[in-house]
Design a protein around this ligand. Structure first.
Ligand SMILES: Nc1ncnc2c1ncn2[C@@H]1O[C@H](COP(=O)(O)OP(=O)(O)O)[C@@H](O)[C@H]1O
Ligand SMILES: O=P(O)(O)OC[C@H]1O[C@H](OP(=O)(O)OP(=O)(O)O)[C@H](O)[C@@H]1O
Length: 182
């Protein structure tokens, strides 16, 4: 059970989930990021995450370390239940989730909302190329998932287009958060 709202940030690869989350936490220190456990080398860049081997991941999952876990892009992802410490003085906890686990997430986290980021297809392609974290084949594969819709039944969704400047997106998200908490 969480007391601070958990906001899942979702959207296609390259849409700007990690960038928007980092920018939000920079703009508002009371917006905290939930650190994920991923079977990806920690020097891969991007978000601050805990990199583990598949064996370590399975042991953590079996030991009940994750409030939520899933597989995607050939990787395993785990999200711990935010600690009381993590929630202290926070106004929101952001976590990068797969669109495929949102129905489970809204049963695990309360309160819970979804920030669904969008961007034009050509923008996604350009950003994945510029990021350069995956090779061209993997970028193409990820672009193939871009149109995946959110599952039916997700209750609170805020949709923001991140095709434009990052700071404008951050302004729009914070305006939504203000309205939600008013
Ligand atoms: N609004 C934006 N304007 C310009 N570049 C952006 C914007 N948002 C993200 N980027 C860039 O696009 C790439 C993908 O962003 P990232 O946050 O890694 O996306 P995701 O986590 O959704 O895959 C990164 O190189 C990032 O710097
Ligand atoms: O099922 P989907 O909604 O398509 O999401 C697939 C995966 O992509 C994201 O991870 P990550 O941020 O590691 O990948 P990305 O940077 O390419 O989005 C997200 O957290 C999922 O783990």
């Amino acid at each position: 059970m969480t007391q601070v709202p958990v906001i899942a940030v979702v959207g296609p690869s390259g849409v700007g989930k990690d960038s928007v989350m980092t920018a939000l936490a920079t703009r508002d220190p009371r917006v905290h990021l939930i650190r994920r456990v991923i079977t990806r080398p920690e020097d891969a860049g991007g978000e601050a995450f805990t990199g583990v081997s598949r064996q370590e991941f399975e042991a953590m999952r079996a030991a009940g370390a994750f409030a939520l876990s899933w597989e995607a892009h050939g990787l395993c992802y785990g999200v711990p239940m935010p600690s009381e410490v993590k929630q202290a003085d926070a106004r929101a906890l952001l976590v990068n989730l797969s669109r495929g686990v949102l129905l489970r997430a809204q049963e695990v986290f309360h309160p819970f909302a979804v920030l669904s980021l969008t961007a034009r297809p050509e923008v996604l392609a350009a950003r994945l190329a510029a990021r350069g974290r995956e090779d061209a084949a993997e970028q193409a594969r990820r672009l193939g998932r871009a149109g995946m819709a959110l599952p039916e039944g997700v209750r609170r969704v805020i949709t923001v287009d991140n095709s434009g400047p990052l700071e404008r997106t951050v302004d729009a998200v914070l305006a939504h958060l203000q309205r939600e908490s008013a």
